[in-house]
Write a protein that binds this ligand. Structure first.
Ligand code: NIG
Ligand code: FE
Length: 412
């Protein structure tokens, strides 16, 4: 497949006729040079040296940093609409998993698909997320559950990044579920975690396919001790960790992850006060996933007020996956984070920009419009920033500058 990115024009020049979300009442300006932000501020304060650069007229659009989707399982085979029907008929997520559905059914479909098939299935999903202004995205493995098939998923994730000119951070989630071939064994879980630690993770890290390491720490997945075993190997390899923590129960995962300096703890519906305090101390980001909460018709809210009081940065993400969050709009997650979790609009917007970037260790290159950073910003057809959370199902993107190129709205 020929890379889509080659079709995108350069964003270099002077962007005016825009209003920066940080000061939406005055005309703003952004200078892009060689794909990076050179200057940003009020149009009236633009240094004369930039006035003659190639003009890009924003038509009065509101501008925010490019969005960051910091938790996705975007690459997988098939889909699981049948489970949606099962849950509507009353089955719980845990019951569906025990009946042979759940993660393991996506594992079967992912193993059957080759790299090109996985790419072809993931590409339209990525395009939908990008249409909402996403400029960086995390993609986890975890539907292969063997060296060969985890490698395949991660390679597809890298290829997607190259083809679309979008920043992709790969996360190895080999410890997502017990693969079927280990399920009947006496020490299946222990044996599989040994494989993850001794073979899969070191090999994939050596191939440059792993930017971070994640574990699904839960009573239907892996224990605290198994999680720590994986974290130790990640640490030895110099890789940052993150955790699917306290989604269905309080396992004490967040406190463990914080001890390993985790970039983020994600889901956290059942996060305890001790977990919050540990995350505060370690600077770990709390990633809120309202799509999974909504799909599972969860009623146990994450401890938003306590996270806010502790000053733990909160990110918001799609958790795109075929089981619990088949979400293809990060803006819809912004709406849900406000409506379901009672985030304020500025909190939710920070949650898909600056804090999401930090959850991926990308705070120096994404989530803000600042001199020296690569040019990643979105022009929106809205009057005020609150509209980005208020409408749902709307697609208000006018133009997207991604990695210094005009990826959407190329006539701007
Ligand atoms: O983030 N919690 C574990 N993993 C996914 C669900 C994956 C699946 O059901 O396929 C999640 O919700
Ligand atoms: Fe997830």
């Amino acid at each position: 497949m020929k890379p889509v990115i080659n079709e995108f024009p350069s964003a270099d020049g002077l962007w005016s006729g825009i209003r920066l979300a940080t000061d939406a009442n005055v005309e703003g300006a952004i200078v892009v040079a060689q794909g990076a932000i050179r200057w940003v501020g009020a149009r009236s304060a633009l240094p004369a040296e930039f006035a003659g650069l190639k003009p890009h007229d924003g038509g009065g659009a509101l501008v925010t940093p490019g969005l960051v989707d910091c938790h996705t399982h975007l690459v997988y085979g098939g889909q699981r609409a049948n489970e949606f029907a099962m849950r509507l008929a009353g089955a719980t997520y845990e019951e569906v998993a025990k009946a042979g559905g759940g993660i393991v059914s996506s594992v079967r479909a992912t193993r059957e698909a080759d790299e090109d098939t996985l790419f072809a299935q993931a590409a339209p999903r990525l395009e939908q997320l990008l249409a909402d202004g996403v400029c960086a995205i995390e993609i986890k493995s975890g539907y292969g559950l063997s060296l060969e098939h985890e490698r395949k998923q991660l390679r597809v994730a890298r290829r997607l990044g190259e083809a679309y000119g979008v920043t992709v951070r790969t996360t190895f989630l080999g410890a997502h579920a017990l693969p079927p071939e280990y399920a009947g064994r006496a020490n299946g879980s222990g044996d599989y975690i040994d494989l993850v630690c001794n073979e899969m993770l070191p090999a994939l890290a050596a191939e440059g396919l792993v930017d971070a390491v994640d574990v699904f720490c839960e009573r239907i997945a892996f224990s605290l001790a198994e999680t720590e075993q994986v974290f130790k190997v990640a640490k030895a390899l110099g890789l940052p960790v993150k955790l699917h923590a306290e989604q269905l129960s309080d396992m004490g995962g967040a406190a463990l992850a914080a001890r390993y300096g985790a970039l983020s703890c994600d889901h956290i519906e059942h996060l305890s006060a001790e977990g919050i305090e540990a995350m505060r101390r370690s600077g770990t980001v709390a990633v809120l996933l309202p799509g999974a909460y909504y799909t599972l018709r969860d009623t146990h809210l994450p401890p938003i007020a306590a996270l806010r009081a502790a000053g733990v940065p909160m990110a918001v993400s799609t958790d795109h996956n075929p089981g619990t969050s088949p979400a293809l709009s990060l803006l819809l997650m912004v709406n849900m984070a406000c409506t379901l979790f009672r985030l304020t609009v500025p909190e939710a917007l920070d949650g898909v920009t600056v804090h999401a970037a930090r959850a991926l260790g990308l705070q120096d290159t994404h989530g803000a419009i600042a001199p020296g950073m690569p040019a990643n910003f979105v022009l929106w057809n809205v009057r005020e920033a609150a509209e980005l959370a208020y409408w749902f199902g709307q697609q208000p993107v006018r133009a997207v500058v991604r990695q210094g190129r005009i990826a959407i709205g190329g006539n701007a």
